[in-house]
Design a protein around this ligand. Structure first.
Ligand code: GLN
Length: 207
């Protein structure tokens, strides 16, 4: 059965995410049909959604203009998986500490949009993530920090004592960009509930 994955593509390039989704699906014996979402009407047919990085102000404005925002909410209400990364996390949160971002309230979290960015524009860190056997090479680019989370939010990873990967029901969100390395375990975790590989860039685990 085809696995239909929608990547929100109202802004920026989403090619890397499409590749990571296909490879993650392959690990689970699924053939992924990855569609780019720029208009309303496509989200309802998707099994999973990906909200990529970019500029959260622009993304949230375009989602509202196109009427895609309500469709994403309905997707989550139906319990279907979403992976939100970087600006996607900001848009998915309840509060972005910035009136220019129309958050979707998918994740009970308050974020600081450019917290890491003020310290260093970008960096890579080996990150211990709950559910992954070995550290994940996390690339942070003007990354948001999660300031506060509600009781229903599970912390999956912290960096510098601050949450950088969280999960609430079907929504998984990361401050970093999991699509920028040759490691698709975060996509596996978000969409299939587990990551079968044991090594970051190694071969699949023996059955
Ligand atoms: N800090 C950016 C924002 O506010 C997000 C950066 C990113 O997605 N790499 O939207």
């Amino acid at each position: 059965m085809t696995f239909k994955a929608g990547v929100i593509a109202v802004q920026g390039d989403v090619t890397e995410h499409a590749v990571a989704i296909r490879r993650a699906a392959e690990r689970y014996g699924r053939d992924a049909d990855v569609v780019e979402i720029r208009d309303a009407g496509i989200v309802p047919g998707c099994d999973v959604l990906l909200m990529p990085g970019g500029e959260s102000t622009t993304i949230s404005t375009l989602l509202a203009e196109e009427g895609i925002d309500a469709e994403i909410r309905a997707h989550v209400d139906a319990g279907k998986p979403v992976l939100a990364t970087c600006a996607g996390l900001i848009v998915a949160a309840t509060d972005a500490n910035d009136d220019r971002v129309a958050t979707l309230d998918l994740l009970d979290a308050t974020v600081d949009r450019n917290a890491f960015g003020r310290q260093a524009d970008s960096f890579e860190a080996p990150l211990s993530v709950d559910g992954l056997d070995e550290p994940f090479p996390a690339v942070f680019i003007r990354a948001p920090v999660i300031d506060e989370v509600g009781d229903d939010v599970e912390l999956l990873a912290e960096w510098d004592d601050r949450p950088v990967a969280v999960r609430q029901g079907p929504v998984t969100a990361t401050s970093f960009h999991p699509e920028l390395t040759d490691d698709f375990r975060v996509h596996e975790l978000a969409f299939f509930g587990s990551a079968e590989r044991t090594a970051a860039s190694g071969e699949p685990a023996e059955p």
